[in-house]
Design a binder for this molecule. Structure first.
Ligand SMILES: [Zn+2]
Length: 165
């Protein structure tokens, strides 16, 4: 079976209800965009999920990190095993997403939309083990929190997903 077409998505208790909704809505957007992609939800703590295959765990904290240019970092996707390749073992396809709630709330935009854009974007990194970005106007561009409306998954974003498979 092809890698990375079915994921266990673990929602940590640190996520607010609003953030959990962003995870479910954002992952559903990816399911609609990518035929055959499915998520299975699980509510449990991120610590200790270890090397579970095809697993993404999402948690939130109140840290307020800045990047080298002084911009707020809204989230980080942490790969447990480096990049996914077709020859990797299934256990390589796991990672954690750390969302920084305090920074996301600091944009002066509706929180549900910011959370949705950030989570959907990070899922793109998580499912490709790719931290690079593509051109503006796509979900996987560098600065997705530039306007208060929910972003859409474009054909370039779909190419980004398939590029790891
Ligand atoms: Zn990014």
């Amino acid at each position: 079976m092809q890698h990375g077409m079915s994921y266990n998505l673990i929602l940590d208790p640190s996520l607010t209800l609003e953030e959990q909704e962003a995870v479910v809505t954002g992952s559903y957007a990816w399911e609609k965009a990518i035929p055959g992609l499915t998520f299975h939800y699980q509510w449990s703590a991120c610590h200790g999920f270890g090397d579970s295959s095809h697993t993404i765990c999402i948690y939130a904290d109140q840290d307020t990190p800045l990047d080298d240019n002084g911009y707020m970092i809204d989230a980080r996707t942490i790969f447990q095993h480096g990049f996914l390749t077709p020859s990797d073992s299934p256990a390589s396809d796991s990672c954690s997403i750390d969302i920084h709630s305090a920074n996301m709330a600091n944009h002066g935009m509706p929180y549900p939309n910011v959370a949705l854009n950030v989570v959907t974007h990070e899922l793109g990194h998580a499912m490709t083990h790719n931290s690079q970005h593509i051109a503006a106007g796509n979900l996987m561009s560098f600065c997705i929190v530039k306007q208060p409306e929910p972003e859409v998954i474009t054909s370039a974003d779909m190419d980004y997903f398939w590029s790891a498979r």
